[in-house]
Design a protein around this ligand. Structure first.
Ligand code: IPM
Ligand code: MN
Length: 355
């Protein structure tokens, strides 16, 4: 079989983003050598430094250019010298929206040998997938402010939920649940008792689409209860589908029960377009340049990317590499791994199984 070529856009971004992405690239190249993939990486310097230098976040021409790649590999966006919101909205959310990456896929997996803060929970108890809607809801930017700075100030931030947006997200979640083939249970996470407009649309759509998936058990829980069950009985979950804001919140909780941000990865997916893969932990500015940050989340994001490109064997190999190495780290936390960032990358490379 010939070598398969992949053109990947890389946005290392801010803080520790470049350090972890370098290790991810190292692992991807090594997996490529073993499994017949040639990656061609093109780097883009979008992020806080560029913004401070040029005043530019993400030019529109960049969106068009990025559409020419098979995937985007992103480090982190967020800079202590830039007012909150500018880079997040101007780069990260702009990419998600402009590339119509309507799913944010976030696995929550406790690997064997990793500590969870949940007493008595084992890897078989914590293995679920959150399907977060990624282009609508409170993130849509609808609303506005009146009489700003006066005692009569009014601020409105609306949650936008379209039938099309909700339905495609729910469908993706049912399909993912079927493909995982684990507990075959999909839980809708909402707030139908208070958000009676938005989550009525979600709930009706959920039950309608469910008719096409008689093999999948359906379940519903309010978001506050989900937070409770994720801590008390995470083994109840297989796939959870939810809106943008709730998905943002519950996946940070998910990251903690799986052992921390050092291992949490996600994919911003457009099934018919260009998807983007990232560690979900952020730029961690205080660890920048110290070679102490954990690159496993970035490596796991690379694994998701390879899987999404249809390279299932290579994805499985990277997963095996991560599982093998994670048990050797003293802790997943930055500075306490017992290894440097680059050493962890090397260890994963050396643990990749041969085909
Ligand atoms: C995430 C992040 C982003 C989000 C921020 C940085 C805009 O928290 O990817 O979860 O809220 O989606
Ligand atoms: Mn978040």
């Amino acid at each position: 079989m010939g070598t398969r070529n992949y053109n990947i856009a890389v946005i290392p971004g801010d803080g520790t983003g470049p350090e972890v992405i370098a290790q991810g690239i190292k692992v991807l190249k090594a997996a490529g050598d073993l499994y017949g993939m040639a990656f061609h990486f093109t780097e883009f310097d979008f992020g806080g430094e560029r913004y401070l230098r040029t005043g530019e976040t993400l030019p529109d021409t960049a969106i068009e250019e990025l559409k020419g790649f098979q995937a985007i590999y992103l480090g982190a966006i967020g800079h202590p010298g830039v007012k909150p919101g500018i880079l997040e909205k101007g780069i990260l959310l702009k990419l998600r929206f402009a590339l119509d990456q309507y799913i944010n896929l976030r696995p929550v997996i406790l690997y064997p040998g990793v500590d969870t803060p949940l007493k008595d929970k084992r890897p078989e108890d914590i293995d679920f997938l959150v399907v977060r809607e990624n282009t609508e809801g409170l993130y849509a930017g609808a609303g506005g402010v009146l009489r700003k700075g006066t005692p009569d100030e009014v601020a409105v931030q609306e949650s936008i939920n379209t039938r099309k947006g909700v339905e495609r997200c729910i469908r993706f979640a049912f399909d993912s649940c079927r493909r995982r083939n684990k507990r075959r249970k999909l839980t809708l996470c909402g707030k139908t008792n208070v958000l009676t407009f938005a989550f009525d649309l979600w709930e009706r759509t959920f039950h309608e689409v469910a008719k096409e998936y008689p093999d999948i058990q359906t379940d519903y829980a309010h978001v506050d209860a989900i937070c409770m069950w994720m801590v008390k009985n995470p083994e109840w979950f297989d796939v959870i589908v939810t809106d943008n804001m709730f998905g943002d919140i519950i996946t940070d909780l998910g990251a903690m029960i799986q052992g921390g941000m050092g291992i949490a990865a996600g994919g911003n997916i457009n099934p018919g377009g260009v998807s983007m893969f990232e560690p979900i932990g952020g730029s961690a500015p205080k660890y920048t340049g110290k070679n102490v940050i954990n690159p496993l989340a970035a490596i796991a994001a690379g694994q998701m990317m390879v899987d999404n490109l249809g390279e299932e064997k290579a994805a499985r190999a990277i997963e095996i590499g991560i599982k093998e190495i994670v048990t050797r780290l003293k802790s997943l936390a930055a500075g306490r791994m017992g290894y440097t960032t680059a050493e962890v990358g090397d260890l994963v490379v050396s643990a990749l199984p041969r085909p």
